[in-house]
Design a protein around this ligand. Structure first.
Ligand SMILES: Cc1cc2nc3c(=O)[nH]c(=O)nc-3n(C[C@H](O)[C@H](O)[C@H](O)COP(=O)(O)OP(=O)(O)OC[C@H]3O[C@@H](n4cnc5c(N)ncnc54)[C@H](O)[C@@H]3O)c2cc1C
Ligand SMILES: *[C@@H]1O[C@H](CO)[C@@H](O)[C@H](O)[C@H]1NC(C)=O
Ligand SMILES: *[C@@H]1O[C@H](CO)[C@@H](O)[C@H](O)[C@H]1NC(C)=O
Ligand SMILES: *[C@@H]1O[C@H](CO)[C@@H](O)[C@H](O)[C@H]1NC(C)=O
Ligand SMILES: *[C@@H]1O[C@H](CO)[C@@H](O)[C@H](O)[C@H]1NC(C)=O
Ligand SMILES: *[C@@H]1O[C@H](CO)[C@@H](O)[C@H](O)[C@H]1NC(C)=O
Ligand SMILES: *[C@@H]1O[C@H](CO)[C@@H](O)[C@H](O)[C@H]1NC(C)=O
Ligand SMILES: *[C@@H]1O[C@H](CO)[C@@H](O)[C@H](O)[C@H]1NC(C)=O
Ligand SMILES: *[C@@H]1O[C@H](CO)[C@@H](O)[C@H](O)[C@H]1NC(C)=O
Length: 535
């Protein structure tokens, strides 16, 4: 009896397994039928933009914008279907059919989500990949541009520069970041101390809701228009395009990147930077990249602090300014390079600089990022003492941290003059700088990822006494599932308010209010999406 029982177990599992397989195969067939029979208006045939595992290019389409290979393993869940819409009606059809057949939608613009939420889900799902929605229309005369969500940052910069070298947009540092996810999370970059976030410079949008309605700023109303400019991607609907306000930049800007090791007083310099940077004029972007290198002297690893700046002006103005504000750094003319704004983007992301065409290359990975990574963020309101810095350095010198980096990005400037409630992004006045912790590894090391993830969690825990508290703030564009997840087994509101207050502080309540109005059935959801109030 006992042995019979045991021998039946595998059969039982096989039956269960194939049952669930059959169910999802049926769902997939029903969904595909639904798509091909859905014809609102006049659009090109949807079949040419539908990919299942049976299509030979399914894998390459899926891989094409996975920017964190931690979520590209043999066991990572894959979508039943990928749709790469060419027309609005393709998006509408996908929403309609996914709702009718109980599939979740993950919208992907550039695929940079730190936790892979735009292309991985634990339930049967469909990816709407906006790679074909990437037109950029620049109107120099009126200083505006309409850009579709699937465009990458580099495409936007390139198309603006084609028409004018003295207009720009406050976009991301890395050229492959997708416009859709980037603006949805606020979006900071080289120009944010001068002009605010990307989201602060959006003046209209085209949006599709869970019912398939196409809305613009006027028809969606100011609450929803507020929410989509920083409330995080994937919660409200799909933003198809954005109308952006372009900003003026001088024809010549100046950049520098100056490195100092511990032996060259990196600790004292970084300590001092904390007092100096947020008070610098709005025209300066200032960041410090902390990493480790083998010392050229004794071959031992040491910590190096790289002071990176973009100045919206010339070297001869920058040198006296830095000598007055931050003489300890010892900045000299030879450290400074003058170039156009668009060249500074290429330079500071360490891209090959022979031609600007690299900005159009969606697959050219950032040389600053490992293939697989885990990242976290913090905000700092008072300078850390030197002893705290020593504690960080010693963790960076641990064996698993050879490819770990910590970025410190100065706040202040315009960020201090925009209200905390103007957009969902609440980290404004009172912040000296933001921290971005990052640990990377090669894809072959994915099976050992726990080792690296434990390292970054330990560092994060060490940092708790030096950073913002109640809530310990975090940047939604640096998605981090460690700080909490929605859980079906709990009221999602209670669960979500844990991470929600970290990303949005009090703005979380208004985001929940908007979500309850626009998507009460919670169709657009993921592990950290804004929940409706009574679900
Ligand atoms: C190398 C690198 C550099 C980065 N540099 C910066 C930087 O300089 N400044 C900064 O602020 N952030 C930066 N980030 C973070 C980045 O802004 C976020 O990861 C952002 O979400 C990426 O947008 P995406 O479209 O590429 O990502 P995706 O993974 O496609 O999307 C991210 C999230 O938004 C949702 N989403 C995507 N498109 C839409 C849409 N059209 N409508 C509604 N929801 C949508 C997705 O479902 C997902 O939840 C960087 C990230 C990386 C990996
Ligand atoms: C559909 O679009 C095509 C080309 O875009 C056009 O030639 C055709 O007349 C349109 N049909 C209708 C019914 O609008
Ligand atoms: C994928 O395969 C299906 C079935 O063979 C086909 O109808 C569809 O056009 C293919 N998709 C693409 C993008 O070629
Ligand atoms: C659908 O997309 C195709 C390809 O981009 C375009 O030529 C066509 O005009 C679009 N049709 C509509 C109705 O938007
Ligand atoms: C480091 O600081 C000390 C004391 O302030 C100074 O004497 C020394 O010259 C500095 N070293 C470098 C390399 O700048
Ligand atoms: C640094 O030194 C270690 C051990 O001495 C060596 O394995 C590693 O390759 C070196 N790294 C670089 C970038 O030179
Ligand atoms: C460099 O490393 C070696 C071997 O670990 C050690 O003996 C030496 O003291 C180190 N040098 C310095 C300057 O720390
Ligand atoms: C281009 O890159 C090379 C090599 O990295 C560098 O030496 C040069 O200064 C760069 N030029 C500009 C204008 O950025
Ligand atoms: C629900 O969430 C709260 C807050 O995070 C937590 O304290 C509680 O244990 C959770 N309950 C269940 C059943 O998961």
């Amino acid at each position: 009896m006992k042995s019979l029982h045991y021998s039946m177990l595998p059969i039982f599992f096989v039956v269960l397994f194939s049952l669930s397989w059959a169910t999802s195969a049926d769902t997939q067939e029903d969904f595909l039928h639904c798509l091909s029979s859905f014809h609102p208006g006049n659009s090109s045939s949807i079949s040419q933009v539908i990919y299942t595992e049976r299509n030979s290019s399914y894998s390459s389409i899926l891989q094409s914008s996975i920017h964190n290979l931690r979520f590209s393993t043999p066991t990572t869940p894959r979508p039943l279907v990928i749709v790469t819409p060419l027309n609005v009606s393709h998006v509408q059809a996908t929403i309609h059919c996914a709702r009718n057949h109980g599939l979740q939608i993950r919208t992907r613009s550039g695929g940079h989500d730190f936790e892979g939420l735009s292309y991985v889900a634990e339930v049967p799902f469909v990816i709407v990949d906006l790679v074909n929605f990437r037109s950029v229309n620049v109107d120099v005369e009126n200083r505006v541009a309409w850009v579709q969500s699937g465009a990458i940052t580099g495409e936007l910069y390139y198309r603006i520069a084609e028409k004018s070298r003295t207009l720009a947009f406050p976009g991301a540092l890395s050229h492959t970041v997708g416009i859709g996810g980037y603006i949805s999370g606020g979006g900071y970059g080289l120009l944010f101390r001068k002009f605010g976030l990307a989201a602060d410079n959006v003046i209209d949008a085209q949006f599709i809701d869970a019912k398939g309605r196409v809305l613009n700023r006027k028809s969606m109303g100011e609450d929803l228009f507020w929410a989509i400019r920083g409330g995080g991607g994937g919660s409200f609907g799909i933003v198809l395009s954005w109308k952006l306000k372009l900003v003026p930049v001088p024809a010549t800007v100046t950049v520098f990147s100056v490195s100092r090791t511990l032996e060259q007083n990196a600790t004292q310099l970084f300590h001092r930077w904390q007092y100096v940077a947020h008070n610098l004029p709005d025209d300066i972007y200032s960041a410090v990249l902390i990493s480790t290198i083998n010392s050229t002297q004794d071959g031992n690893r040491t910590v190096v602090a790289t002071f990176i700046s973009l100045f919206l002006g010339r070297t001869n103005e920058l040198i006296p300014l830095m000598q007055k504000r931050f003489p300890e750094l010892g900045l000299v003319k030879e450290d400074c390079i003058e170039m156009s704004w668009i060249e500074s983007v290429v330079f500071l992301s360490q891209l090959p600089n022979q031609t600007l065409d690299i900005l159009l290359d969606r697959s050219y990975g950032s040389p600053l990022l490992s293939p697989s990574f885990k990242a976290k963020s913090d905000y700092v309101k008072k300078p850390m003492p030197e002893i705290a810095l020593q504690g960080i350095w010693s963790q960076l010198l641990e064996e698993e941290a050879t490819s770990a980096t910590i970025n410190f990005i100065s706040y202040g400037g315009k960020m201090d003059r925009i209200s905390e409630t103007a957009t969902p992004f609440p980290h404004r006045i009172g912040n000296l700088y933001k921290i971005n912790y990052n640990i990377g590894w090669q894809q072959e090391e994915n099976m050992n990822s726990q080792r690296y993830i434990s390292w970054i969690r330990k560092l994060y825990s060490y940092m708790s006494s030096f950073v913002s508290e109640s809530p310990r703030e975090a940047f939604v564009n640096y998605r981090d599932l460690d700080i909490g997840m929605n859980n079906e087994g709990n009221t999602s509101y209670v669960q979500a308010s844990v991470w929600g207050r970290k990303y949005f502080k009090k703005n979380f309540d208004r985001l929940v209010y908007v979500k309850t109005k626009i998507d009460p059935e919670n169709f657009f959801k993921h592990e950290q999406s804004i929940p409706p109030r009574f679900s």
